[in-house]
Design a protein around this ligand. Structure first.
Ligand code: SAH
Length: 245
């Protein structure tokens, strides 16, 4: 067990979707006191620059399948540096609690006895909807929102998610990590009865200067992604919200 009086602290901070104005004031305060910043490659470097010049900066996760450092070694490094008295900021795209491996990190940090604070961020799906002018809830057509992963675990995507429930969901579906798997999840939703005519909006690089929005339908989304060569990061909104543009 470490001596808590000598230890530093770990901040798990949401950086928002990319625009440097979309981080919280608390997030900036944490960065200003950082000795070490470990940041996702999707994070805008202008946000990392809130850290003092003396702070060490480490870029992580160029690609989920080809990480520069494994998730386990990132956690081990954060804990070791904080045990050595450093203030460590783990800066994540969007919100740390949305598809951000928060559970594993919190469990390891709590077991180490190091002090930890989580700072929320603007998650990509909500930023994408707001910045594209699409209300994801609406008293007329969407009384709920679901954040859904398009990421496959293993080969059998259908076993990961209950598509029958998602097809009946009374609101907007927002797919993260769903660009490469669009053919699989869109087909699964249609097989479970979601109409091929359901409105879809693909929002790529939300809040960045080169943000693009492409509107299509559930039946055409996979072809549209291929045709427009849409690459990650993008979120895909499914439902009447996507038609409100
Ligand atoms: N914690 C992040 C999500 C991490 S998973 C958050 O809350 O936003 C990574 C996925 O987030 C990407 O595959 C993409 O679906 C989405 N994403 C991240 N930044 C984005 C952006 N600027 N525009 C659109 N999608 C984005």
């Amino acid at each position: 067990m470490n001596d808590a009086s000598m230890s530093g602290k770990i901040f798990l901070v949401g950086a928002g979707p990319g625009d440097p104005g979309l981080i919280t004031l608390r997030g900036v305060e944490c960065l200003r006191q950082a000795d070490l910043v470990l940041f996702d490659y999707l994070v805008n470097p202008q946000i990392v620059d809130h850290a003092p010049p003396s702070a060490e900066r480490v870029c992580l996760h160029r690609h989920a399948r080809d990480p520069l450092m494994s998730a386990q070694s990132v956690i081990a490094r954060m804990i070791a540096e904080a045990e050595g008295g450093k203030t460590v900021v783990r800066l994540k795209g969007g919100d740390p609690a949305v598809f951000g491996h928060l559970a594993e990190e919190m469990a390891a940090i709590k077991a180490s006895g190091i002090a930890v604070e989580v700072v929320p961020g603007v998650t990509a799906g909500l930023a994408a909807a707001a910045l594209a002018g699409m209300p994801i809830t609406c008293s007329r057509y969407a009384s709920a929102v679901a954040l859904v992963t398009g990421h496959r675990r293993g080969d059998n995507m259908a076993s990961d998610l209950d598509y029958a429930a998602l097809a009946k969901f009374p609101g907007t579906l927002i797919f993260y990590m769903g660009v490469g798997t669009a053919a699989a999840w869109s087909t699964s939703l249609m097989r479970e009865g979601k109409p091929a005519t359901t409105a879809v909006a693909v929002v790529q690089r939300s809040s960045w200067p080169d943000q693009t929005v492409v509107c299509c339908t559930l039946g055409t989304v996979a072809a549209v992604i291929a045709e427009h060569r849409i690459a990650p990061p993008a979120v895909i909104l499914v439902g009447d919200a996507a038609a409100s543009r």
